[in-house]
Design a protein around this ligand. Structure first.
Ligand code: NAP
Ligand code: MG
Length: 478
């Protein structure tokens, strides 16, 4: 059985019950997790508090903090294949994707290592006889609730930023995706992180996760997950007036004008929906195409979609399995509804014949003529399902693009520079990509949503402000 990781120790916790860990490629149990509860969360918070409140972590100079983060980045790189293998088994990620996640995780720690000693405050011109400075201080102890779709990447971006700003962290990963993060916590201890700087409690969201959101001694919560649970977290945090960063879902549009360079656009459009089997918050899941190019684009996207092959993670095909049986049921529910209502299925990929029948495989699917108001166009499927719809002109494209509850990412494909910028400004979303689409990419790029996609920003230097509190100090010197 795996254990929690608290104060640099493997800890079994107080609960004897465990959680089975499934391999999504064959649906078989291959490990067991400690099932954390409120007592375990309290222990982790206590360890983090002792690191943060005058403890060894809080006494480190920023440059020393940076050096430790860099050592962790190097350790993650040195254990790249081991971590990728864990992630492949635990999350069903094809080898290439698992490796990319391990690389990105190391890169987050590298980026934030270099940022530790560059978080400068300001001096403010004020009344004569006074000197004023505003400085950034850590919140103290930050809580991090991580989803299962990109555990290593989201851990790197969220925990990397929080540690860089000087916080000690308590992390609750999704129960479907803990193994790589427990290993990274061990690596952090090995490279010299002081006790309590980084703690992980595994368990269910409604138990350990809820306990973390409610815990006394947590000063800030970074939550990445669904809009539904984001509401619960914000309500819990509000009771103690604790600030929250919410990184929630999306229904991101890829907007293709008739003048777009389709040679560039088509492979990117496909990748943006099938990467990680579509289980990506920033997946480009709606394809909006100008009416005059609509059929041509459907044909080209469909051709590539039907060539995609789905299989076990170790086969490293184009698409791996979904995370678990309920996720497959959810995706199949959308696909069956589309078929029942007579929607046009333009193309489907295929499941490899050697994919275990007990695995959780969904076919990548392109569906055309989806009404912008329908469930398929409004709700996050979180699978490799692309919903296409035509638009007439710029105004129509903007109207459809903005007509969901979400606003995470958008893509615009056009050779007209003025139009690209007009669309970029009019679309309500946290990121806009013009003639490219970086689903999940870009450690340096501030990321986050508007509307039900959440608030606050992670990634890039911007994240450090969210993981800090500004203090203003006023001196009267006469
Ligand atoms: P989820 O069900 O909201 O779970 C996210 C995390 O919250 C998991 O660790 C989960 O634990 C935990 N949790 C569940 N109920 C909780 C509660 N009552 N209190 C505290 N924690 C609780 O989301 P998911 O299905 O894992 O992830 C998919 C969603 O995440 C999608 O909507 C996706 O768009 C979004 N997402 C957003 C981003 C972004 O950066 N904007 C990135 C990735 C994913 P358990 O799983 O162990 O129950
Ligand atoms: Mg798993």
């Amino acid at each position: 059985m795996t254990t929690h990781f608290i104060a640099n120790q493997r800890v079994s916790g107080t609960n004897e019950e465990t959680i089975p860990v499934l391999d999504p490629s064959d649906g078989q149990v291959f490990a067991h997790l400690a099932r954390g509860n409120a007592d375990d969360i309290r222990s982790a918070v206590k360890a983090a508090r002792s690191a943060a409140d005058g403890g060894a972590w809080s006494r480190l100079a920023p440059v020393e903090r940076g050096r430790l983060l860099m050592k962790l980045a190097n350790a993650i790189s040195a254990h790249h294949d081991e971590l990728a293998t864990l992630e492949m088994r635990d999350c069903g990620k094809p080898v290439k994707q698992a490796k990319a996640d391990a690389t990105a995780c190391a890169r987050y720690f590298e980026f934030y290592a270099g940022a530790c000693d560059k978080l400068h405050g300001e001096t403010i011109p004020y009344t004569p006889g006074f000197a004023v400075m505003s400085i950034y201080e850590p919140h103290g102890v930050t809580g991090h609730i991580i989803p299962w779709n990109y555990p290593m990447q989201i851990f790197g971006r969220s925990v990397g930023g929080a540690l860089a700003a000087g916080n000690a962290c308590v992390v609750k990963p999704a129960e479907d995706a803990c193994l790589s993060l427990l290993r990274i916590a061990e690596l952090a201890a090995d490279v010299g992180f002081p006790d309590g700087a980084l703690n992980i409690v595994t368990g269910y969201g409604h138990e350990a996760g809820q306990a973390l959101a409610d815990a006394e001694g947590i000063d800030h919560i970074s939550f990445t997950g669904s809009a539904r649970v984001g509401t619960i977290i914000a309500q819990s945090a509000a009771k103690r007036h604790v600030p929250v960063t919410l990184e929630l879902g999306g229904k991101s549009p890829q907007i293709v004008f008739a003048d777009a360079n389709l040679d560039d656009a088509i492979p990117t459009i496909i990748n943006a929906i099938v990467q990680n089997a579509g289980q990506t918050c920033s997946a480009g899941s709606r394809l909006l195409v100008q009416a005059s190019a609509y059929e041509r684009v459907l044909e080209l996207v469909g051709k590539r979609m039907s060539a995609l092959r789905v299989g076990a993670a170790k086969s490293d095909l184009d698409v791996g399995p979904l995370i678990r049986a309920t996720q497959l049921e959810r995706v199949n529910g959308f696909l069956n509804d589309a078929k029942k209502t007579g929607l046009r299925i333009v193309a489907e990929g295929s499941i490899a014949s050697d994919a275990p029948s007990t695995g959780f495989y969904a076919k990548p699917t392109l569906i055309a003529d989806v009404s912008p108001q329908s469930h398929l166009a409004q709700e996050e499927v979180f699978g490799p399902v692309l919903a296409a719809m035509p638009f007439d002109d710029e105004a129509d494209a903007i109207r459809i693009a903005n007509a969901t509850q979400y606003g995470l990412v958008a893509g615009v494909w056009t050779e007209n520079g003025g139009r690209a910028l007009r669309i970029a400004k009019a679309v309500k979303s946290g990121q806009v990509f013009i003639n490219n689409y970086g689903a999940g990419g870009g450690v340096e790029l501030p990321f986050g949503g508007v509307k039900s996609s959440g608030y606050g920003r992670e990634k890039g230097f911007e994240a450090l402000y969210g993981f800090s509190v500004m203090k203003t100090i006023v001196t009267r010197h006469g």
